[in-house]
Unconditional design. Structure first.
Length: 378
């Protein structure tokens, strides 16, 4: 009877968890970013809590106000400006006002002979064909951005609801975050060491991905967009966002945007502008990563670059824009759980655990969790 009760309770637990995740799925983006922002700003909230005499409601409310003014409001303004610029670029290309043919003529006229031969081998030596291909690529890209802006406009109600849910949830996560972390620890059927290792890994990856990588990407994109704006290159804000996004990906970076633009400027006769952009990109944009990453991310928190790249691209493919956080977190949890399993086997000194017993030897077990544990430091 006892075994049947346990089996029924486990099924009930799994069913309730699946149903709860199912009803939360339409708002998973709001929940995800509420958790992420709460982890990032937990130290600020703790400092305010101490300053306000441990008045948790006042500290959490102040933290939310700071987050809205310093993070959410500027990002919303940038997003609106980007949507307008993408829609304007799409309209120019569709109407023919953006004359790529003249620009291509200037570039092709200044090209060296070996460049022309190389382009001919790849079937793009003809100016008209090359112009058509580039126009098609730019048209698809700007059409996608304009479509996303249109979707946001058509889904204003859903966006508002998600934003409200995120801010509302953020208040309670900041106020009760340590208590929730303690309850999660007590519910996990793992030993204290394993709990600490998994939760710390989760927190570290969130911070490294958002506070470190995203902040570095935003700075690099802003510096690249500033250079484009000073040089009078059209669509500076849109290019800044593209550079920021590419900076999130290892082995890609913002150089894939500013370097071809610098070479284009040099080839069309703007030698000073082109060389200046190369110097700015190398000494300023490129050095941001080398200087800030050890400070914001730390040397011991990074996964291998190939894991970050694959998990980020896979996460974006599955979960959309939210995947650049979800992908690395899943990869980190995968690595951490297998490391724990491997460590447990080495400590026990037995082969892989199996169900039941073999040859009179019982299978190794994971240490039982303790009743209480202190919450992790966010």
């Amino acid at each position: 009877m006892r075994a049947s009760e346990n089996s029924f309770f486990i099924l009930l637990l799994i069913g309730a968890t699946v149903l709860f995740c199912w009803i939360l799925w339409p708002l998973y983006g709001a929940v995800l970013w509420g958790v992420v922002i709460a982890i990032l700003f937990a130290p600020l909230n703790r400092g305010l809590n101490r300053s306000f005499g441990f008045r948790r409601n006042l500290a959490a409310l102040t933290s939310v106000a700071i987050i809205v003014l310093m993070v959410l409001l500027p990002l919303s303004l940038i997003g609106a400006a980007l949507a307008r610029e993408a829609a304007a670029t799409y309209a120019k290309i569709e109407s023919g006002n953006l004359d790529l043919l003249n620009k291509m003529r200037e570039l092709m006229a200044a090209r060296p002979d070996w460049v022309g031969d190389l382009l001919s081998r790849f079937g793009v030596g003809n100016l008209s064909d090359l112009q058509e291909r580039l126009s098609a690529v730019l048209l698809r890209g700007s059409q996608y951005l304009a479509g996303q802006a249109l979707d946001i406009g058509q889904s204003t109600f859903d966006f508002t609801v998600n934003l409200f849910v995120m801010v509302y949830l953020l208040f309670f996560l900041l106020r009760d975050g340590d208590l929730l972390a303690g309850r999660i620890r007590r519910a996990m059927p793992l030993g204290v060491d394993h709990q600490t290792r998994l939760l710390d890994k989760f927190t570290v990856v969130i911070r490294a991905t958002v506070k470190g990588n995203m902040l570095i990407a935003l700075i690099q994109g802003a510096l690249g967009g500033l250079a484009f704006y000073v040089l009078g290159i059209s669509g500076a804000l849109m290019w800044a966002v593209v550079m920021a996004f590419l900076s999130l990906l290892p082995a890609v970076g913002a150089g894939i945007v500013w370097l071809p633009m610098a070479l284009y400027l040099i080839a069309t006769g703007s030698l000073l502008h082109g060389v200046g952009l190369i110097v700015w990109g190398t000494l300023v944009i490129g050095m941001v990563d080398n200087f800030l990453r050890p400070i914001l991310v730390g040397k011991d928190t990074r996964m291998p670059d190939y894991v970050v790249l694959i998990s980020t691209l896979g996460g974006i493919e599955v979960f959309g824009l939210n995947g650049f956080v979800i992908g690395p977190v899943i990869a980190a949890m995968f690595i951490a759980t297998w490391d724990i399993y491997s460590s447990a086997r080495q400590e026990i000194g037995n082969p892989a655990p199996s169900i039941g017993s073999a040859g009179g030897k019982s299978a190794p077990a994971i240490p039982a969790p303790t009743d209480r544990a202190t919450p992790p430091a966010a």
